[in-house]
Design a protein around this ligand. Structure first.
Ligand SMILES: *Cc1c(COP(=O)(O)O)cnc(C)c1O
Length: 358
């Protein structure tokens, strides 16, 4: 830290992203990326757009917002395009949180939420998930505080029904309820159809997972036009060119090729159920994940030891060093072939581990 760093930021603990190894040594199942490449049209459109990189992009993202609005059946005024959905979450915490409007979210959820709160000096409270890692809806009814719920939740994968989230939004009319739908396309119900009915509801989506565009950085905030206008005020006060030309072109192509991505999501959901059965056969317990990952533990091996054993065998998964979930690993669902490599590495690790203990 330099002696110039403002005391305002002392004690800020940045978010730690999953490891991004240089080179392709690993079967990479640690950051929930898609194993499938962008569609041919996305690659074509983004490449063609690169010839125009000498020009600034459209700061209003009009073409992209119109396409996405039509896709979601909302108006363009209900949409903000962002540089990854993390940006939308940060804007939302900054826009709607302060000393008298704290945020509330589960104790086990996306690790970035507390960081956004700390960075914006917004107080927050964590509410424990139940023993099976589900959100208890009653904990969030008539709370009178801003709420963030990831649905499905990360890193556990459990999801709530739209009707339940609707009750939470309805019972907190004077607070903003943010639903982070990073994983919604893998098997949960989207709250987008509720936009228009609840002026306090903000849905956040990303193209990083189901749309194979983690490297492009594209997300959306979707909500009442007044909420979106507030986020837009912050965006224009920090970086009006937050979405670059190539990403905008890629995003339009991805919306046009929706059937390709829907097919990939179905494939991933199928592979997830295959991995679930195989892991259960090996004695693992899994949460009821509806996302593109499984969250698993076993009495046969400690979470950190499984993580280390897999890493040694060239397979990267995500282990969180938090007391409540230290026994677990989060494993991204890749291609069937990648998952067979993963399962072989699990068997191998267990054998070596049990031999050593004997
Ligand atoms: C991956 C993820 C995000 C961030 O997505 P980006 O659009 O890549 O910034 C947000 N929320 C959750 C729960 C995620 O898992």
């Amino acid at each position: 830290m330099s002696r110039f760093f403002s005391s305002r930021h002392r004690g800020l603990e940045p978010y730690v992203p999953g490891e991004q190894p240089v080179g392709q040594r690993f079967v990479k199942l640690n950051t929930n990326e898609s194993p499938y490449p962008p569609s041919a049209r996305v690659i074509e459109r983004a490449s063609a757009e690169s010839a125009l990189l000498n020009l600034y992009p459209d700061p209003d993202c009009r073409a992209l917002r119109e396409k996405m609005a039509a896709h979601l059946d909302v108006a363009p005024e209900n949409l903000l395009a962002v540089n990854g959905s993390d940006e939308a979450l940060n804007f939302a915490v900054a826009a709607f949180g302060d000393e008298t409007h704290p945020f509330v979210f589960p104790d086990i959820t996306y690790g970035f939420y507390p960081v956004f709160c700390q960075a914006n000096r917004v107080p927050f409270k964590e509410i424990p998930l139940d023993a099976s890692f589900h959100v208890r809806p009653e904990d969030y009814m008539a709370l009178g505080k801003n709420i963030i719920l990831a649905n499905p939740n990360a890193p556990v994968g459990t999801a709530l029904a739209r009707t339940v989230l609707e009750q939470i939004a309805a019972s907190n009319p004077d607070s903003v309820v943010i639903i982070d739908e990073a994983y919604v396309d893998f098997g949960a119900e989207s709250c987008v159809p509720l936009i228009g009915k609840y002026s306090n509801l903000l849905v956040v989506q990303t193209f990083s997972k189901s749309r194979s565009l983690a490297g492009a950085r594209l997300g959306f905030a979707i909500g009442d036009a007044a909420l979106i206008a507030d986020l837009n005020t912050l965006r224009c006060s920090t970086n009006p060119y937050n979405v670059n030309r190539m990403t905008m072109a890629a995003g339009i192509g991805a919306i046009q090729d929706a059937p390709y991505y829907e097919q990939n999501c179905r494939e991933i959901a199928k592979t997830r159920e295959y991995v679930r059965e195989e892991l259960e056969q090996l004695g693992f317990e899994l949460t009821a994940s509806q996302a593109n990952f499984v969250f698993c533990r076993s009495d046969r091996i400690a979470g950190a030891d499984l993580y280390a054993g897999l890493r040694k065998r060239g397979v990267l998964v995500r282990h969180f060093d938090l007391p409540r979930i230290a026994d677990y690993n989060r494993v991204t669902i890749g291609s069937r072939e990648q998952m067979d490599t993963f399962l072989d590495a699990v068997r191998d690790t267990l054998t070596a581990y049990e031999e050593k203990k004997r």
